[in-house]
Structure formats: structure tokens, C-alpha cells
Ligand binder design. Structure first.
Ligand SMILES: Cc1ncc(COP(=O)(O)O)c(C=O)c1O
Length: 412
């Protein structure tokens, strides 16, 4: 695949390592964004910290300005460390190129404002990450952009919601907290028949278990904060474009906004990517074991894990995904908030806190009734979102067992 400016930035690089899709994915994951021949043999890219980049002549400066998105021109636009990570993110998702921004949320908001203008209409999935909904209901609304929320399981019926002004269909699959799997190919087909772009928040799959561009999605979002960085110490986001034109539009917006990321965090994310496949496999294995165990507990009503038949859209997950990560939810039977708090306040290994995708196990309560507008949330009891980390899975199960006993008032 032609990546504009890539050869110029990596004159001595063996391009096969980054480009050849015949090389197995895990091998590419280890080699991508690495350019030892241009770094005195050092396997990892150095952390280039820069505001100022200097030029030897006026001509060199003017020439560089013409290709400023493809060369090291000014710190805000990135340094070789940023570019190395962007190459890796594009490689993981299978896109044309990636753009780095300050957080996963910034990736979402930047993509939306790049492709929407005043008077446009946006179709937004009802199970979307809460801060994305907030952005639509505040900033986009203030700029005269109308949002209609739609049922995550809508499939081909999305057609009925399209207006002449609709420019974007935003998808997130599985949905935040409630894990509905969307029929992305069906939505993309209808969107493209109407000249509408599809944006996907692909964070849950880490770009590893779902390949958005194989399904003709236009723009993929990664909260790099989660699995790529993988160690709960980085906030970072990426927008990955399928086409050169869309990538360029995104660069114009990030340049105009002054969206810059520190090379140090790019370095950490690139380091995380080297172990992405082994970490994800461990998250997957542990999460399935924990979810299986939970499915047999009398306190649990429903397992919302895409690999389980009880998860809405499970058959689509089976068709389109190649695996599952470490994040899922459970719906409890009808327990009170006090009982849930009694469970959560005394966990030994499952910590309470937001974000996910790091090495650690996490658990948080959520009430989706408050964050739905197109659909009604009618669950039998409270919902808990669980991230299964890299701890010993038997320790995690014992922690949950003690917690569920506290919940139901059983003597331990
Ligand atoms: C699905 C999803 N997308 C985006 C984000 C935002 O990522 P960040 O925390 O880097 O802003 C999150 C964060 O939890 C998320 O869960």
C-alpha cells in the first residue's frame, strides 16, 4: 500500500516489513514502526522531543513546509517518534495512515468535526461511550449539527433514519457497558449508497480482533490509552483513515486545532504494541474463564460478553471478529445499590476505576437507563462492567466469589 511520504521518512528501511500483508500479523506487530538502519542499529526509535526543527537554507525550509505533514517540520505536527507510532497504528488496523491526538476522546471529537459542518446531521449509536454523547449534545449542537441516536441492533433499518443532511454514521461495536455488537457491513453498505461516511470506535477489539477496513469502514478510532499502551500510564488516541484524502483532511484539522502529542507517550504506546498480541490473548483467555464461572452463579442474570450467546449480536461477533478482549459486563439479579456497594467496596483484586486495557482487573457499576435515548434499558438488575487483567485467574475468581457472597448476604 502506498503511504504518502513513508519512503521519504524511511529511506533505508526494508519496506517489506511494514507493507507486505503476506507476512503474518504478529510478525508485523513486532517490526512495525521500527527503523534500525536509520537509528545506528538501535531497535527502538529514539524519543525525539522537539518544538523547533531547524533548516539549513530558506529553500529547504520552504520545501519542507510544502510537505509539512510528511516530514519533521514543527513539533506540533509530530516528530519521528510520533510517525513511528502512527505507522504502527495504521499497520494494526490495516488503514492508509493514522493521526495521533491527545486522547481517545480527542480522536472521536476530532474525527467528527473534520467531517461535519453546521447544518449536517449525524447518526449516533445509542450505546456509545458517554463522553462521545456529551460532545454531540453540547459542542456539536452549539455548532448547529443535529444528532439522532439509533438502536445499536438496528442493522439495515438504519436506512429509515437517513436524511439528505446525514453525513456521518458513527458506530461503536461492541457498545460501551452494554456490549451490543453492531452489523457493521450492513450499515456501511447503506451508508455508502447514500454517500455517508462510517466512523467506528474500534477500541474494544484493539484493531486486533476486528479489521475495520476489510469491512469498508471509512475511519477507525482507537483509544490507544487502552490495549496498545496497555499499562494504565498513557492517555493517547489515534484516528486511522482508509484513504489518503481522509487522512489529509484529518491532518488539516489536527494542524488547525494545534492537537499535539508528546513523543514520550508515543514511545510508551509503541513499546506496548510489541506485546499487544500476547497480552490480548491472556486478557481473552482470562476473561472467558471468569465469564464462564460467573455464568453459573445464581446472583448473575446475564453475561454481556460478545463470545457468549446471551450477548445481543453474538452471532455478528462470531461472523466478523476473530477474538475477544478482556472487557465485558454482567447483569445481576435484582439486588439493591446497598448490596452492590457492599460487594464492590471490599474487593481485593478488582479495583474500581475508569479506563481499561491495562494489566489490572477493574470493576465498575453502571446504570444504562440514564444514558439511553433511542432505546430503553430494561435489565432485571444492576450492571457491572468488568475488565479482566493479567492476574492469576483463580485469584480473580475467588475475589468475585467473596464479592458475590457479600452481595447476597451469604456467610463466608
Ligand atoms: C470505547 C471507548 N472509546 C474511547 C474512550 C476514550 O479514551 P480516552 O480515555 O483515551 O479519552 C474510551 C475510554 O474509556 C472508551 O471506553
Amino acid at each position: 500500500m502506498d503511504r504518502m511520504g513513508w519512503k521519504a521518512r524511511h529511506p533505508n528501511h526494508d519496506l517489506r516489513l511494514n507493507m507486505d500483508k503476506k507476512i503474518n500479523f504478529d510478525t508485523r506487530l513486532v517490526r512495525t514502526g521500527s527503523d534500525p538502519k536509520n537509528q545506528k542499529g538501535v531497535i527502538n526509535p529514539p524519543v525525539y522531543r522537539a518544538s523547533t526543527v531547524i533548516f539549513p537554507t530558506v529553500k529547504a525550509m520552504k520545501d519542507a513546509e510544502k510537505i509539512k505533514f510528511d516530514t519533521t517540520f514543527y513539533g506540533v505536527l509530530g516528530t519521528p517518534t510520533t510517525f513511528a507510532l502512527e505507522d504502527a497504528m495504521a499497520e494494526i488496523e490495516g488503514g492508509y495512515r493514522a493521526v495521533s491526538v491527545s486522547s481517545g476522546l480527542a480522536a472521536i471529537t476530532t474525527a467528527l468535526i473534520t467531517f461535519l459542518k453546521s447544518g449536517d446531521h449525524l447518526l449516533m449509536v445509542d450505546s456509545v461511550y458517554g463522553p462521545t454523547r456529551n460532545f454531540c449534545n453540547t459542542t456539536l449542537k452549539n455548532f448547529g449539527i443535529e444528532t439522532t441516536y439509533y438502536d445499536p441492533l438496528i442493522g439495515t433499518k438504519i436506512k429509515e433514519l437517513i436524511k439528505p443532511e446525514t453525513k456521518i454514521i458513527f458506530t461503536e461495536s461492541p457498545g460501551s457497558y452494554t456490549f451490543e455488537i453492531q452489523n457493521i457491513p450492513a450499515i456501511v453498505k447503506i451508508a455508502h449508497e447514500h454517500n455517508i461516511k462510517v466512523i467506528l470506535d474500534n477500541t474494544w477489539s484493539a484493531g486486533y480482533y476486528f479489521k475495520p477496513f476489510d469491512y469498508s469502514v471509512d475511519i477507525s478510532i482507537q483509544a490507544t490509552t487502552k490495549y496498545q499502551a496497555g499499562h494504565a500510564d498513557v492517555i493517547l488516541g489515534h484516528i486511522i483513515a482508509k484513504t489518503k484524502q481522509d487522512w489529509f483532511e484529518l491532518k488539516l484539522t489536527t494542524g488547525a486545532l494545534g492537537q499535539a502529542v508528546a513523543p514520550d507517550v508515543c514511545y510508551l504506546a509503541l513499546r506496548g504494541i510489541r506485546t499487544l498480541s500476547v497480552r490480548l490473548e491472556e486478557h481473552q483467555k482470562n476473561a472467558i474463564e471468569v465469564a464462564n464461572w460467573l455464568s453459573k452463579r445464581p446472583e448473575v442474570d446475564t453475561i454481556l460478553h460478545p463470545a457468549f450467546t446471551s450477548c445481543p449480536g453474538h452471532e455478528i461477533w462470531q461472523r466478523d471478529f476473530t477474538g475477544s478482549s478482556g472487557l465485558f459486563s454482567i447483569i445481576l439479579k435484582d439486588f439493591s445499590t446497598k448490596q452492590v456497594n457492599e460487594m464492590l467496596d471490599h474487593m481485593d483484586y478488582f479495583a474500581m476505576g475508569f479506563s481499561w486495557g491495562g494489566f489490572e482487573s477493574l470493576i465498575v457499576p453502571c446504570d444504562p437507563t440514564k444514558i439511553r435515548s433511542a432505546t430503553k434499558w430494561n435489565a432485571s438488575g444492576p450492571l457491572l462492567r468488568i475488565h479482566v487483567g493479567q492476574e492469576d485467574v483463580q485469584d480473580l475468581i475467588k475475589d468475585l466469589e467473596r464479592g458475590l457472597n457479600r452481595l447476597s448476604g451469604k456467610k463466608i
